[in-house]
Design a protein around this ligand. Sequence first.
Ligand code: F6P
Length: 534
Amino acid sequence: MRDTHQHPLNQLPQFGALSRHAQQARGWQLAELFREDPSRAARFTLEAAGLCLDYSKNHLNEETIRLLTTFAQARGVESLRDAMFRGDRINLSEQRAVLHTALRLPPEARLSVEGEELVGGIQQELGRMALFAERVRQGDWKGYTGREIMDVVNIGIGGSDLGPMMTVAALRAYAHPRLRFHFLSNVDGHATTATLAELDPATTLFIVASKSFTTQETMLNAHAARRWFLQHAKETDLAAHFVAVSTNTSAVTAFGIAADNMFPFRDWVGGRFSIWSSIGLSLLIAIGIDHFREFLSGGHAMDEHFQHAPLHANMPVMLALLGFWYREFFETSSQLIAPYHEDLRHFPAYLQQLEMESNGKRVTRDGKPMSMKTAPVIWGSAGTNNQHAYFQMLHQGTDLIPVDFIAALKPQHDLIDQQRALMANCFAQAEALMNGVQDPSLPPHRIFPGNRPSTMLLMDQLSPASLGTLIALYEHKTFVLGALWDINSFDQWGVELGKTMALRILAELEGSESAGQHDSSTNALITRARSALK
Ligand code: F6P
């Protein structure tokens, strides 16, 4: 089915055609392309599932799209996509299916994978979560003194933190007014003590979120929270204040959390794709089941579009093709994400894990060395603060950095003058990056070269549904890029080495292992820390 993958990517004839075309495209001026074609914006704008993607301010024409989509076809993007939705074990190194998309299927849908019907079980688990969340929201879930829950603390890291943290912030306008949410992820005790200092044990609910339930940071934080709680309450009170979200039932039980207080999910949900699963429990408590279902539906709407739209009119495919185009043919090394919505301020960090943990790989799916560069650095923060920090470099620096601007037109407040100013800044940046200033009467430091690409992603309003659609869009973009590069986007072995070595050094810092087995730099660092931490 994907026999083109037997060849190094850059030896494919479709890649050669793209490469030759790119030589011309590198000489194009974006402003000139607009002057030549008054309908350029309409020609290169896509609408799908309530999102509008204007990708006209990019270095491309219709031939570029034709060559890129032909290349995507040759790379088997469509057949791999279908295999993912079908539940084939496309995560080869872990022999797992990749089925986060099943979590957002409508309740009446059916999906049978390896003889098991999945949707019934998914809906049943969601129902359990919803009942629990409703009790917390209504104040019926009581703490050990009989008071209602006021603070919810999600303890988790990576995919077990970024999704809940990003979405709870993004849907702040929909959150329950009584409840405050906290996210404890880092193993740094400064964060732990600062968070616990804000809390009252009698009214705090801890959600220990960990797919593996073995992650060092999460376990240390969970134990610290447990010790802090037991300074105020009894062991038998734990059940009212600690719940777990995990795939590892035995480890949850060993921690002291009863099965009734555990919300499981399956191993076919990857950490960075897990916000749709019980890892989303804090979001569900924040926004309630009706809004959570809208969030799932928003994700599903993008799944439908991704599965059925032709490649040239397919939004996640287009975002991925743009990413591939710049990375391979314009030698870009980073991609900026610029949300012009304060509540989306954590979205760039969320995408960092999604894209860099998925596609930051150096071998192909069958273990051959990559013949070209893979995931770029993903970075960014909310506008307009970004403009007053690092946009100088985008306009006049020496690197070409493609930008994704993300904006919601209608605000969730009544300061319309501010919303107009926010949108004006967003659109102005895209225009300024493209047009620059080339007036020869100006001194060199006043010249802006322009011709710098950007993509504009608009939604009507930031809502549970549009947020779900937005996340699914980038998930599928990441998937398509992985397919183009022939990468397994669903494992993360690169994180393991550091974890193992940290455990070894920890034993040396604790004094239980003899130090001195490292290079002279690491030995000296350990010696210093060991004496400081005696
Ligand atoms: O950083 C590696 C990683 O495995 C991520 O992929 C994952 O999201 C995170 O650690 C947390 O893992 P867990 O949910 O098992 O605690």
